[in-house]
Ligand binder design. Structure first.
Ligand SMILES: [Fe+2]
Ligand SMILES: [Fe+2]
Length: 326
């Protein structure tokens, strides 16, 4: 009996210390949100001449990691057409980006709606929702200024996201927070690479820098929520989560990384160019790299087993060489 009681006490102490640790991190994130945050209409001078979205600006081009960079069709286009394609592509990414953020905000608000008094998450979630609102305004302002008929997610995916993904924050919060990582991690990966390259017009560099700074907090919140919640799951739920996460990631990473069907149609990208782009070695590696942080987190949380490894591989998101090096 004493041994059983000791084990139970040990488990309770462990849970208590994980919760304390989580709440300390969340309070720190809230403080950082006050110390450093951005306003879409204060921190970006939209009317500055250097911020105009202008075809004469020779800085326009696909982002370095864009799969379409790896189609011979793109390189056969005139410089003028390449710039048009790049502006429309970046606008399309921004539209899909804010649509994802809109879903994220709705899910987070519904999550906060149920929190009892005194929970530090309540304050942090509201900081995050405010920041995502500024990101959405920033992205849509860019889209509006291109004057292009940009569309975001495919209609079926939007329909499914509202009816299937949003309820997850209630029925399966862990899966909801993996959905959050599935949207935020790939874009973070691409934007960080683009910022490092220093390429592209100043307005896009500015938007990306603002976004990456605030997203670091959002990603930390999602990861730490998962570190708290996943160990609380029973063995069966944990096993099932391990199987569903790579499938969710396969959808999310492609949504964030591949050019959409609407973009290709509107901009005359032939199917052969699309297929050449997504089948290039670089694009295949991009999928793996864009999913590397959620994959590593899955490993740390004990969600990787022989069956889930197979699913990660089938989904094209497993990377043998870099797997869990650090
Ligand atoms: Fe954002
Ligand atoms: Fe975010």
């Amino acid at each position: 009996m004493t041994v059983v009681a000791d084990i139970r006490d040990g488990k309770k102490n462990k849970e208590r210390s994980s919760l304390d640790n989580f709440q300390t991190i969340v309070k720190r994130l809230s403080r950082q949100s006050v110390e450093k945050h951005f306003d879409a209409y204060v921190d970006i001078e939209w009317d500055l001449s250097e911020n105009r979205i202008d075809l004469d600006d020779e800085h326009w081009g696909f982002w370095k990691l864009d799969p379409l960079n790896h189609s011979s069709w793109y390189h056969q286009q005139s410089p003028e057409t390449q710039k048009k394609l790049a502006i429309a592509r970046i606008a399309s990414i921004m539209r899909i980006g804010w649509e994802f953020e809109n879903l994220l905000q709705r899910g987070l608000l519904a999550y906060a709606f149920r929190l009892p008094n005194g929970m530090p998450e309540f304050r942090y979630i509201h900081h995050e929702v405010i920041e995502e609102s500024h990101h959405s305004m920033m992205f849509q302002e860019f889209v509006n200024r291109t004057g292009l008929p940009v569309k975001g997610m495919p209609p079926l995916l939007k329909w499914l996201a509202v009816r299937v993904v949003l309820p997850l924050q209630f029925y399966a919060p862990s899966l909801f927070f993996f959905f959050v990582l599935g949207g935020e991690d790939p874009i973070d990966h691409i934007q960080r690479s683009q910022i490092r390259s220093g390429e592209g017009p100043p307005i896009v560099q500015k938007i990306m820098k603002i976004h990456v700074t605030e997203e670091a907090r959002h990603l930390s919140f999602a990861r730490n929520t998962l570190k708290l919640k996943v160990p609380e799951l029973g063995r069966t739920r944990k096993f099932l989560l391990g199987l569903v996460v790579p499938i969710l990631m396969a959808i999310m990473v492609r949504l964030m990384v591949y050019p959409s069907r609407h973009y290709c149609r509107k901009n005359g990208v032939p199917m052969s160019a699309f297929l050449e782009a997504i089948n290039s070695l670089e694009a295949k590696q991009l999928l793996k790299d864009a999913a590397s942080k959620p994959r590593k987190l899955s490993f740390d949380l004990g969600l990787i087993n022989p069956v889930s490894t197979k699913i990660w591989k089938i989904c094209g998101l497993w990377d043998e060489i870099k797997e869990f090096e650090d």
